[in-house]
Design a protein around this ligand. Sequence first.
Ligand code: FE2
Ligand code: FE2
Length: 196
Amino acid sequence: MDYTIDFIVKIRDELKKELKPSRYEHTLGVAYTAACMAFMYGEDPLKAELAGILHDCAKCFSNADLIRMCEEAGISLSREEIESPAVIHAVYGRYLAATRFGIMDEDILNAIGNHTTGRPCMSVLEKIIYIADYIEPLRNQAPNLREMRRLAFRDLDECVYQILMSTIDYLTGRGAPIVPATMNAFAWYKREREHL
Ligand SMILES: [Fe+2]
Ligand SMILES: [Fe+2]
């Protein structure tokens, strides 16, 4: 499927009404960052922009609502996901992108579904969205942002690895649970790196 700018603008306008302003601005930042990264890595820039626009489409719901809506939609959540509810907007966002916005492209759906946790052996688009979510221009918390913004355009896998490591360090430091997908992704990218 080719993604037209009209289709993207229609979704963007709908989300503008639903997301709070700062979340909407973040969404635009991820979309534009993802489109730029797509130029670098030979991915379709409109597809990357669309995935960026949609990645937080379920962020407007509370954790309790997300858990309930997943149940109603027949999406089973693991115990770890329920203990780390921040990851559920990605799981439900994937479902919403398919059912409400009519996205059928598995790569876009995977990019939305895995954008908070990562996973082993991500596609180029999944890596782009995972990284763009971390480095977009309005992000200002992570200590390694400057370095990650450079690395994002130099070495996709190394950048994913470094962001996974920072995320795990951050969650460990706060005593927060870490979902298996993140640990599995970290182990996978670490192994890949060692075999270079
Ligand atoms: Fe998110
Ligand atoms: Fe995000």
